[in-house]
Design a protein around this ligand. Structure first.
Ligand code: IVH
Length: 703
């Protein structure tokens, strides 16, 4: 979804050819990106309604400017090309998509077009079959002599992915067909996941420590079918409805209605709701009753599909670009409901991001009781002016988490309260800051914030930090969930605590005496740690391994570093701050994050608690095994060096914590003078700066 302010597009009939051409180009790019997100990554980036709006706009502009239709126009493409990893299958008959009708008028026009195309008299009825439009992913199943031989996804409509092995694991898919069967038969249908199965699957995944639940049943179905390992697909509760034919060696029905019956007789699952409708009124009655009962169905549907019943008419009607003339999808409007915005809550993510959400008076939308909705970020709340106490419209567009659409201003009570962004993290009480120009507010509590704990601890125990073997994501998650660890210091108390526990680690699922003992030993081995690893492990924003090393080099001892950072945090622009930003490659931005960390008392407590648990945080030693003689020093190079280049010498200086300056001043500690040194040497002499020859320099850096 874009964050650009909504600007009403120009009506299509007011566009100049130039504007139209530019917009078509932009629409092609946008639609292709959404297609890719939807079809290949199973992670849609827009709601179905917004996507349909883009496609409609594209179609409307192309209708007015047919000469501008691009070769890669979205109207000529279906879906996205096949993902890599699966074999490719060329569909013998293309897998088409459906045109959409959004209103009764669209539907009237659909039937009128059929009449015109076939030249039917007004008195001739056009019988249609109405079926629920299942919200899943379409597949094609190939049978030879009644045996299932190949199954494929739609892909781009002409080429899909070979998912035969995965489809074989579906309970609804008949492997062999009973009774007389055409030699070659391709059946098309929809793989989907029932709503209850979807909720159970997400719950089981959450319990297993999976962080990213599927957003909706459609994504869950697509993600489950497109697994390279069929045993994973087999473990997922996928279902199947069949509703059309692809390639077929014999004609066995002359009406779609008969075709559905025959599919059923062969053992395919055919949707029970499908209904023959003799006229427009019956279609609308079907649509309205299904829309009303939609929530009662055990699976998600996003509309109704109408198909001309006579197969000979289907044949004559054929297709126009990507969709058949004989069928249309009548989409349901996104399900909306009105409710009361009771409050705005704040959730804190694992990385410390504060996200506001709406707390609502519970209301049923699309069969799901909703009491919360996402609000994205505080700028969006301000832009849409949501106030606590407002009557609001919420919407479920296929996704489980609904969105807040708008406030009903005519119902706004006088005492409705505008949202004030929190200044403190609601989980740990630390300061929450939103840098200028950024959309996200973040907790600065880092080490002490429970919401961020798992992420922080994983970082803490990771390779460049404390490097504790056995403390990866899964085990950290377990130890936090079972309340064994709440802060880094707890890691070092674990063994002692477990010794007195009634339910020691070794008795827990997934653990044994050996694995528990190994973990305790790995932890014990890290009670002595180098200063750079210690600093990196704290997880201060923007302080990666290289910056941690620079800090360690420059301050050398834990007590020196700790005191200096406290001073820098306490006195903006004071001496300690200036020293910090004087370090080569540490600018005010990084220094600001370090000070933010030190300004937060919760972090200090967690850090000091950790220090108490450690045996020793080693002073930082340079490669020579002694404290770096250059840490915090400013050096200047002049003249030509014989045994190394100026750049190499500068790099040596920086690695050892020195700042390399371009000119000599009273702050210069060393001038390294090569051959033919000039004015810098004179100036250094005047100022009494220590002057080193190339040899003396090499000795100093241990080369
Ligand atoms: S018929 C040539 N019937 O909707 C027409 N499609 O938006 C073939 N779909 O690609 C499709 N339920 O994935 C048909 N009862 C139904 C359907 C259905 C869901 C899907 C299908 C299709 C998409 C088009």
């Amino acid at each position: 979804m874009t964050n650009k302010p909504d600007r009403a597009p120009l009506p299509v009939d007011q566009l100049t050819p130039l504007e139209a051409s530019a917009e078509l180009a932009s629409l092609a790019v946008q639609i292709a990106a959404h297609d890719q997100a939807y079809y290949q990554k199973d992670q849609p980036t827009v709601s179905d309604a917004s996507y349909d709006a883009l496609r409609r706009r594209n179609a409307a502009i192309e209708a007015r400017f047919p000469e501008l239709i691009r070769p890669n126009s979205p109207s000529r493409r279906i879906g996205a090309s096949a993902a890599e990893g699966f074999g490719k299958v060329t569909h013998r008959r293309p897998m088409l998509s459906l045109d959409n009708a959004f209103s009764e008028a669209d539907l009237t026009e659909f039937i009128a077009r059929i009449r015109r195309f076939l030249g039917l008299a007004d008195s001739e009825p056009v019988g249609l079959v109405a079926e629920p439009k299942i919200d899943g992913l379409s597949i094609s199943l190939r049978y030879e002599q009644g045996h299932f031989v190949q199954g494929a996804t739609r892909g781009d409509g002409s080429e899909g992915e070979d998912v035969t092995a995965n489809l074989r694991t579906l309970k609804d898919l008949p492997q062999h067909l009973t009774g007389p069967v055409p030699r070659l038969l391709e059946v098309r249908g929809e793989v989907y996941m029932a709503r209850a199965d979807f909720f159970r699957l997400n719950e089981a995944r959450r319990e297993a420590g999976e962080k990213n639940p599927f957003a909706n049943p459609r994504n869950a179905a697509a993600g489950s079918l497109r697994q390279l390992d069929p045993s994973i697909t087999a473990s997922r509760p996928l279902s199947l409805f069949c509703y059309a034919l692809g390639d077929c060696s014999e004609v066995f029905a002359d009406r779609h209605w008969q075709l559905l019956q025959q599919l059923r007789n062969w053992g395919f699952k055919v949707n029970e709701q499908a209904k023959y409708c003799a006229n427009l009124d019956q279609l609308l009655a079907f649509y309205n009753s299904l829309a009303a009962d939609r929530a009662l169905l055990p699976y998600d549907i996003d509309g109704v599909v109408y198909k001309v019943d006579r197969l000979d008419w289907q044949e004559r009607l054929g297709q126009i670009s990507r969709s058949p003339r004989w069928a249309i999808a009548h989409k349901f409007a996104a399900e909306q409901a009105e409710t009361l915005l009771l409050d705005i809550g704040i959730s804190v993510g694992r990385t410390g991001a504060l996200t506001p959400f709406a707390i609502l008076e519970p209301v049923t939308v699309g069969g799901v009781t909703v009491s919360r909705a996402t609000l994205h970020n505080e700028d969006e709340i301000a832009r849409k002016d949501f106030r606590v106490g407002d009557r609001v419209i919420i919407q479920r567009a296929g996704d489980v988490i609904p969105q807040l659409v708008c406030s009903l201003l005519d119902k706004r009570p006088a005492d409705a309260v505008a949202f004030t962004p929190p200044q403190l993290c609601p989980v740990c009480g630390s300061l929450a800051v939103k840098p200028e120009g950024e959309a996200i507010r973040r907790c600065t509590g880092g080490l002490s914030c429970n919401a961020q704990l798992v992420e922080r601890l994983i970082h803490f125990a990771a390779r460049g930090a404390f490097d504790i073997e056995g403390l990866g994501e899964k085990n950290v998650d377990f130890l936090v969930r079972t309340d064994r660890i709440r802060a880094p210091a707890d890691i070092f108390r674990l063994e002692a605590k477990e010794a007195g526990s009634l339910l020691p680690l070794k008795t827990q699922p997934g653990w044994g005496a050996r694995s528990a003992q190994k973990l305790f030993e790995a932890i014990a081995a890290r009670r002595v740690i180098s200063l750079d690893r210690f600093i990196y492990a704290l997880g201060i924003r923007q302080v990666g391994e290289a910056t941690a090393r620079l800090l360690a080099l420059n301050y050398q001892t834990l007590s020196h570093w700790r005191a200096a950072m406290l001073e820098a945090a306490a006195e903006p622009d004071g001496e300690a701050w200036r020293q910090l930003i004087a370090i080569d490659q540490i600018g005010p931005n990084v220094a600001g994050d370090i000070c933010e960390f030190f300004a937060e008392p919760h972090n200090l407590r967690a850090m000091d608690d950790l220090i108490d648990q450690l045996e020793q945080v080693e002073d930082f030693l340079s490669a020579t095994g002694t404290p770096s003689p250059l840490a915090g020093k400013t050096v200047v190079f002049t003249g030509t060096l014989q045994s190394l280049s100026r750049d190499e010498a500068k790099a040596q200086a920086r690695t050892l914590g020195a700042k390399v300056a371009g000119s000599v001043s009273a702050k210069t500690n060393y001038l390294i003078a090569g051959a033919e040194a000039g004015s810098k040497l004179t100036k250094a002499r005047e100022l009494g700066v220590t002057i080193l020859s190339e040899e003396a320099w090499l000795a100093l850096v241990g080369k």
